[in-house]
Design a protein around this ligand. Structure first.
Ligand code: PEP
Ligand code: MN
Length: 284
């Protein structure tokens, strides 16, 4: 295996683990306007699975802003398992997100599903998400290495830590050093939840790479009742950020309603997340 990444992401010898309370020892990724991922402050990325309407995005964005979170998520393009499922509004959703982010001061992350959408996301969003299904798409990863914006790389749902780190290396070696890794649940024999959230990966990655590590507690569980406890656990085990889906009317969501928090539940959860962050010497 080639292990010569400029960023030494792939080390065969684990580094000594960093105690969470002294900070993370991770690279700090700057999104501008004092919004960072990595370092002592735990980032929250929240928003709908898919952007559906201006009113929907505005309602969620107002809540994200009010709780003190800094990054709005929202799918412009959706990679759905079934072709008949809602595939996202496409390009027109960029303007909706841009208008709302300009008003609220939030940063925006959305997924690039192919090389064409990658260029558009690089142009219109503050951070590019590469989803679980594309973690093995080396052509897309290489092109993301040439993009200007930071990349949030999600773990393939059956990828090992080595495969995940090597996928990140494709981006790093292309010259884009602003990569954030995101655990989002893996396939196991468990059928109770949509995936099994592998929180072991957070300290494991900490031993292997200086890249910040996030946890997506919505796709990782698939159930809104499991989101709050896993969000607290993700912070407790050292995640640099937590991603979660929030919707103003989750039962009517066009995608992933079952795992989306209602706005009130999100607003109750964030102060609890803050308490856990403070308990381990971090802020939120
Ligand atoms: C998402 O976050 O919108 C998403 C589709 O996630 P994943 O690629 O992890 O399934
Ligand atoms: Mn989703």
């Amino acid at each position: 295996m080639k292990t010569t990444s400029a960023d030494a992401t792939i080390n065969t010898q684990p580094r000594a683990p960093e105690p969470a309370k002294t900070g993370t020892g991770t690279r700090v990724i700057d999104l501008g306007d004092s919004v960072t991922i990595g370092g002592l402050r735990v980032a929250i990325m929240a928003g709908p699975c898919a952007i559906e309407t201006v009113d929907q995005l505005q309602a969620v964005a107002d809540s994200v802003k009010k709780t003190g979170a800094s990054i709005l998520r929202g799918g412009v393009y959706k990679m759905r398992t079934a072709p008949q499922s809602f595939q996202g509004l496409g390009e027109k959703a960029f303007k909706m997100a841009a208008d709302i982010c300009r008003k609220t001061g939030l940063k925006f992350v959305t997924e690039a599903v192919d090389e064409q959408s990658l260029d558009l996301v690089d142009q219109h969003a503050d951070m590019i998400q590469i989803g679980t299904r594309n973690m093995h798409n080396s052509a897309l990863l290489k092109r993301a290495g040439k993009c200007k914006k930071p990349v949030l790389l999600k773990r393939g749902f059956s990828a090992t830590i080595e495969e995940f780190l090597l996928a990140a290396d494709y981006i790093l070696q292309g010259g884009n050093t602003r990569v954030i890794l995101c655990e989002r649940g893996i396939r196991t024999f468990n059928t109770y939840s949509r995936y099994t959230l592998d929180l072991n990966l957070v300290p494991a990655l900490r031993e292997r790479t200086p890249l910040p590590v996030m946890v997506d507690v919505s796709h990782g569980t698939g159930k809104r009742t499991m989101v709050p406890p896993m969000a607290l656990a993700a912070i407790a085990c050292g995640a640099d950020g937590v991603m979660m889906e929030v919707h103003h009317a989750p039962d009517e969501a066009l995608s992933d309603g079952a795992q989306s928090l209602a706005i009130e539940d999100f607003e109750t959860l964030v102060p609890r997340m803050r308490s856990v962050a403070e308990a381990i010497g971090r802020t939120l």
